[in-house]
Design a binder for this molecule. Sequence first.
Ligand code: ADP
Ligand code: ASP
Ligand code: MG
Length: 460
Amino acid sequence: MKFGGTSVANGEKIRHVAELLKQYYEDGNELIAVTSALGGVTDGLFSVANEVSASGRVSHVKEFMADLKKKHYDAIHIAIDSDSLRSAAIDAIDSRIDELEKALTGICYLGELTPRSIDYISSYGERLAAPIVSGSVQSLGVASQAFTGGEAGILTDCNYGNARPLEQSYDCIFNRLDPLIKHIVPIVTGFIGQDELGIITTLGRSGSDFSASIIGAGVNADEIWLWKEVQGIMTTDPKIVPEANSIPQISYIEAMELSYFGAKVLHPRTIEPAIKHKIPVRVKNTFEPDFEGTLIVAEQNQIEDVVKAVTLINKVALINISGAGMVGNIGTAARVFSALANAGVNIIMISQGSSEANMSLVITEEHLDSAVAAINGEFDNSVVGDVAYDRDVCVVAVVGAGMDGIPGVSGKVFNSLGIAGINIIMISQGSSQHNISFVVSSDDAIDAIRTLHKEFELDQ
Ligand code: ADP
Ligand code: ASP
Ligand code: MG
């Protein structure tokens, strides 16, 4: 069971989580909990690290640390009843706060923030949370112990900021956790692992979902449950469309498409370990535990629901590469893609018309400058005449395995957008036919989501 940042946002919520764990444990389940950082803490760690590496302001570190300490102390006082457990949690927090302050102060003086040090610093959110959750569970009379992802057996490569688990992790997790779960509820930090040298790595933002799936696969769990602040996976982001509905059942593939296409409800790699080990994943609402939520399974519910959900990716940019010299010029696409790969640019969407005179790509906005430089550096004017770009765009994706082989879905998508007066800038549909995605200007994005949500009666 993984609990997200909103689920463990403060002492009351941590206590509620501990009560849920106690209930499921006493019902006869063997459980492992994975915890995120207290809501907002990871964002805070990223921003203080960036700020002080530029400003060198040690006073800012001191202020930040004082707030962070207070937040966790407050949580301890509410979430943990017994004095001895409280002081054990305080000791754990104090020593971590000390280490973190030293690291941030070091960054002030160095004026440099490497990917490795960002991982180290951002790992503290979860490392401060786990001892509190564990203390809270213990104070309800259930034996528990806190572990870091690395201690629990999550071993990764050293791709800081976006580390991948190594295959040996699964055995390692089994060996470390399986003997324990008969007696205790282990509480494992989400988001973080360690590389083969024991250096802390992170699995990418929202990585606790992925941690839970890796651990669930490692111990051969019957189910992996992700507890969040929403009613499961919904037909679209309920923050954009309040009428969004919970999807009772969805296939692995659809859930993957949704998470790749920006539905922030799941870390994009969450489903991979679950698929490999054939473990169903459930997404539930921490604050409405009796509600079923969403079950993610192998089978696809075709026909009934042609379109399952609509999703939005923002913070992307569109690049349009054009030039008469591209027509019939073999290897242009290969050169574009290798230049971008070498520059570390992740491509989200691709489209090339059969005239071959231009190619459009969508990439994450933060990579725009390096992407444009890489393409300009690769070609001379005889092939590529122009590299234009646009930052004010969003990708909208319509997802559903039931679209496969059903005529008229894209007609319906684009017709309804046409009636709503929304201009489509670029279109792409992979031949899996599990999603149709397209680019609109940022100003039209929310309208497009609402229009499609209604058109496919996802609000009913
Ligand atoms: P966690 O507690 O695991 O971090 P989040 O707080 O990230 O979980 O909860 C999921 C978030 O994803 C919600 O804030 C919600 O607005 C957003 N979201 C985007 N698309 C969807 C979707 N299709 N279904 C559910 N939530 C979605
Ligand atoms: N705390 C991390 C983040 O905010 C990981 C997570 O919550 O899943 O990205
Ligand atoms: Mg999240």
